[in-house]
Design a protein around this ligand. Structure first.
Ligand code: GLC
Ligand code: GLC
Length: 816
């Protein structure tokens, strides 16, 4: 069943019911100011950090779901309703929500009044703009009242939800003209405030939540809009809100448009002895300096300004999405590759795993592994930002090559609570940097001087950081010659040194064993993948000796993996604390795992010996389902203290045999390494969201973005997805489909064109822009497994088209 449709020309998903199987959301903003918005206008916004600079309050895990948002109420005679359906849930004569690239539009009508709201964050500004058009669609005159509503968060989202003995006293607001200022804690150490403005005179306002709603009422029973009478309340402590009341008088057919600005402003306080703290905070004693807010208000006081900002937003997305586009003849593939998968990659790059409808914005920081992987799907869009991100990540690395598992976005410092010791982490830095170099050719980044553990007095070149990342594996080898796993590898829940028997302990950070036994074949595979990438970088730098050493290690690890990592029909997953295999025929449960089959073969392990083929056929036999490939089989039915969190989940969910969509593309890529296009395609189209639109009732979350997990075959609700948006799934599926299935991949020396497409794709056109050149590519596919390339009519050897001079366009034909 569907709940909407794709509008590819406008790059929108159009939702035609407010009662989707779960709130279907979108993100506003792509620089420093962000909002999350559902199809019924729920959600919240923040500046930079969803925990420390949250502007509006949102109630996670509430009843009903999705409480808190940017709500508008219409009072039309005796009828009061909300155009976004929630929170009043009055029946609408018409409803449509369009989620687009960085904006959301909700249009509805009731009783002859039409309301169209547009929500977006303008480029270069720290605010959300809400443009609301009210139209009289009836035959007679209409006189209605429009009430806006947002509830302020007292900035620190965790404190806001826990520290009530203090927070019920601190709330403060100011009202000036049509602007409501939220100034809680500005009197002390904060130099920032929020405001909500509308470009029209007010019929009244409210800033006190109890007065606006009524103490015992929900958002859907707000007494001010129900009565139609604003109360001009001034919040003092408790719960500051901002609600404007506008009187809207309309002749038949007439409409009026209002521009609301919900913004963040600051008066940065430079502290010095000559300039005491607070010098510019106040325009008069106790009066907040409103100059920065007023500048922002000025910038968006007319619909013409809004239209211009929307034009800029669209032009920006044209540019971002224009680096790699295809016309394949399959609209679902085109919309994934050209629009939604890239869009999701941008969101994951911006958010990491911090704020979604499944991530509360107060929990996790930026993951070392996650952020490097996100880069793989993002680097072609804004390489400059990828460069900055690489330096930020590398700056948290330790001297021994190890890494903090996470760092905080606001301070960019490593996070001590989670600590380090996830032994795959360092290798991802090589892959992140490799992707950046292949995209840009900017080898100068390797000379950048980058601190260890953010210590400015202890720095080394980025190249040296990569070297230490690589060496971290040879320096941490276990009894079978395979890499030690540490606290966990990519699978955060495979905790072989933890042995936790106490509830509430973290599986990741409670290591009560030193653990120099447990090994990971996944890290072995990743080491080979990253080692090959690193050696090719060293080749380019003319460091032949080091490249040879790296290759020796890669060859050695390949042999060890085929030997000690092999189980007979597939690659083993790991060796536990006692030296027993995990992911083996010998095990009762968890006999086969997906990760090493994907990653080892991506590294080329077992391709010549035939083990790769055996392993992938075993994946097909034991792990494949109609909704995707499960992580392991059979699912663990009981908690095993020696394995940790993975066995804590009920069978079929999350890492315990869920379809973890992030590692499915590794198997797709591995299949393309064997040239098996149909298999790769089958796996791709099983989990790519656009292909799941018709089963939205089963899948439940948004059909335009990937979710982290779909419940596996052992789960009660097989096929149901959770944790949409913020997942490495976005980047890795993008890599799989664009670089391996479509086969267009930037290499250090040129653009590799080596598609592995099923024969039903007979002709695919692609445009790839990089390094100031444009490649116009025609793939003529008969799935022959042989490749013949011409560049501007001239045949070339091999599948790599050398980079042309800047500014040039080359035409490539690939017959395969
Ligand atoms: C989550 C984490 C990621 C990890 C994966 C598997 O997606 O963000 O770092 O690799 O789970 O445990
Ligand atoms: C990953 C896993 C999750 C686990 C978390 C711990 O995100 O998916 O199950 O709780 O890591 O960091």
């Amino acid at each position: 069943m569907r709940f909407g449709h794709f509008d590819d020309d406008r790059r929108e998903y159009v939702i035609d019911t407010p009662t989707t199987p779960y709130p279907w959301i979108n993100y506003l903003g792509s620089e420093s100011f962000f909002g999350l918005i559902s199809n019924t206008a729920g959600g919240y916004c923040f500046y930079r950090d969803a925990r420390f600079r949250r502007l509006t309050r949102y109630r996670y895990n509430n009843v009903p779901v999705d409480e808190g948002g940017r709500y508008f109420y219409i009072k039309d005679g005796s009828d009061t309703w909300t155009p976004s359906f929630r929170p009043m849930k009055k029946a609408l004569d018409r409803y449509e929500c369009r989620h687009g690239m960085g904006y959301t539009k909700i249009a509805s009508s009731r009783g002859g009044v039409g309301v169209e709201s547009l929500f977006f964050v303008p480029l270069g500004h720290r605010c959300e703009v809400h443009q609301v058009t009210v139209k009289n669609e009836s035959a007679g005159p209409k006189s209605v009242k429009l009430f806006s509503f947002v509830e302020f968060c007292l900035w620190n989202a965790l404190d806001d939800q826990t520290n009530f003995q203090r927070n019920f006293n601190t709330g403060e607001v100011e009202v000036e003209g049509s602007t409501i200022y939220h100034v809680t804690e500005y009197r002390e150490r904060r130099d920032h405030y929020a405001f909500y403005h509308v470009n029209a005179p007010l019929a009244g306002f409210d800033t006190d939540r109890h007065s606006f709603l009524g103490l015992y009422n929900s958002f859907g029973e707000a007494q001010v809009p129900l009565s139609g009478e604003p109360r001009n309340t001034m919040a003092s402590g408790w719960h500051p809100i901002a609600s404007h009341c506008l009187q809207v008088d309309l002749a038949p057919g007439e409409s009026k448009t209002y521009v609301f600005v919900l913004g963040y402003a600051d008066n940065p306080v430079a502290q010095s002895s000559s300039r005491p703290m607070g010098a510019e905070k106040w325009s008069a004693p106790g009066v907040v300096n409103k100059a920065p807010a007023k500048a922002l208000i000025e910038a968006f006081s007319t619909p013409a300004q809004v239209a211009e900002a929307m034009g800029q937003l669209k032009a920006n997305w044209d540019r971002l999405l224009g680096q790699y586009t295809i016309r394949s003849g399959d609209p679902k593939l085109d919309r994934m590759v050209n629009i939604w998968n890239q869009y999701q990659c941008m969101v994951t790059f911006n958010m990491s795993r911090s704020a979604s409808y499944f991530e509360s914005g107060i929990g996790r920081g930026m993951g070392f592994r996650d952020s490097n992987q996100d880069l793989l799907g993002f680097v072609h869009m804004v390489p400059e930002r990828a460069r900055e991100r690489i330096i930020d990540i590398a700056s948290t690395q330790f001297e021994d090559g190890g890494a903090y598992h996470q760092y905080q976005p606001l301070t960019k410092r490593g996070n001590n609570d989670v600590g380090s010791g996830f032994n795959d982490d360092p290798l991802w830095l090589i892959l992140g940097v490799g992707a950046y170099l292949r995209e840009t050719g900017d080898f100068a980044i390797l000379d950048a001087s980058v601190p260890f553990n953010n210590d400015e007095n202890n720095k080394a070149s980025l190249l040296e950081h990569l070297d230490r990342s690589f060496n971290h594996v040879p320096n941490n080898i276990g009894p079978n010659g395979l890499p030690l796993i540490g606290r966990a590898d990519w699978n955060d829940c495979l905790n072989l040194n933890c042995f936790s028997e106490t509830p509430d302990e973290s599986f990741q950070t409670t290591g009560n064993r030193t653990g120099r036994t447990a090994e990971s074949t996944f890290i072995a595979g990743l080491f080979v993948v990253a080692g090959k990438e690193y050696a090719s970088i060293l080749d380019k730098l003319g460091k032949a000796d080091r490249a040879a050493e790296v290759r020796r290690w890669v060859a050695e690890m390949t042999v060890r993996t085929e030997d000690k990592g092999w189980d007979g029909q597939w690659f083993r997953r790991a060796y536990d604390f006692f030296g027993e295999p995990i992911g083996s025929q010998q095990c009762d449960e968890g006999k086969i795992f997906i990760e090493p089959q994907g990653m080892c073969i991506m590294g080329g392990i077992g391709i010549e010996s035939g083990k790769a083929k055996l392993a992938l056929d075993s994946v097909k036999e034991h792990l494949d389902t109609k909704y995707g490939i499960v992580l392991l089989w059979p699912a663990y039915t009981k908690y095993l203290v020696k394995m940790g969190e993975i066995t804590s989940y009920p069978p079929g969910y999350k890492e315990n045999a869920g379809i973890f969509c992030h590692n499915n593309p590794w198997v797709m890529i591995a299949e393309t390494e064997l040239g098996r296009a149909d298999r790769a395609w089958d796996y791709y189209s099983k989990i790519a969201p656009a292909y799941l639109e018709d089963i939205s009732d089963v899948h439940r979350v948004e059909p335009y973005v990937y979710a982290q997990m779909i419940a596996g075959k052992d789960a009660v609700n097989h096929g149901e997805a959770k944790n949409s948006w913020l997942t490495g799934t976005a980047a890795y599926n993008y890599v799989a489909v664009t670089q391996h299935i479509l086969g267009i991949r930037a290499e250090l020396d040129g653009l590799r064109i080596k598609p592995c497409l099923p024969s039903k794709f007979s002709t695919v056109q692609a445009t790839r822009k990089l390094r100031d050149a444009t490649f116009e590519i025609t793939i003529k596919n008969s799935a022959s497994g042989r490749y013949r390339l011409t560049v501007d009519g001239q045949a070339i050897d091999g599948v790599v088209v050398p980079y042309p001079a800047a500014g040039k366009t080359v035409h490539v034909v690939c017959e395969c």
